[in-house]
Write a protein that binds this ligand. Sequence first.
Ligand code: ZN
Length: 153
Amino acid sequence: MRHGGSIHTWRARRAPIIAWATLGLLLGTGCHDFIVLPPELPPTAQPLTPLSSYTSWWRATEDCSGTTGELTRVRWFVVPESESFVYRGSRYDGYWWNEVHWITLASAKVEQGALVRHEMLHDLLGRGDHPAEFFQRRCGAVVYCNAECRADG
Ligand SMILES: [Zn+2]
């Protein structure tokens, strides 16, 4: 299986996302003086209704990782007519945001289970790096893990 773009690089994007999400948590209730912005999406991203297969893919990712979570907490987006997309200067097949549980996929990747499960595993673990225990060992047969992902573990 060939993936044109790279799996996202977490370190480059972590700080601003956490900052906004934290602001949302701190200011989301009872404060009317602030407008809290959600994370910025790729410009052409559209909401995506999760495929029916995502339910079993989520379950498989829960099973291999030994974690549990609600699939319904994830909001999905798609960049139409794309093999990959550029976000903040880097190219991605898929992109996951912590805290808000958002996942954006290139349209060509929406039905690629291993790639989608890779992003699901990020959400279940609640972390954007690629610990080898999960991405290579426990879930090595379930999620896609390219050279960048393997180097990160
Ligand atoms: Zn990743």
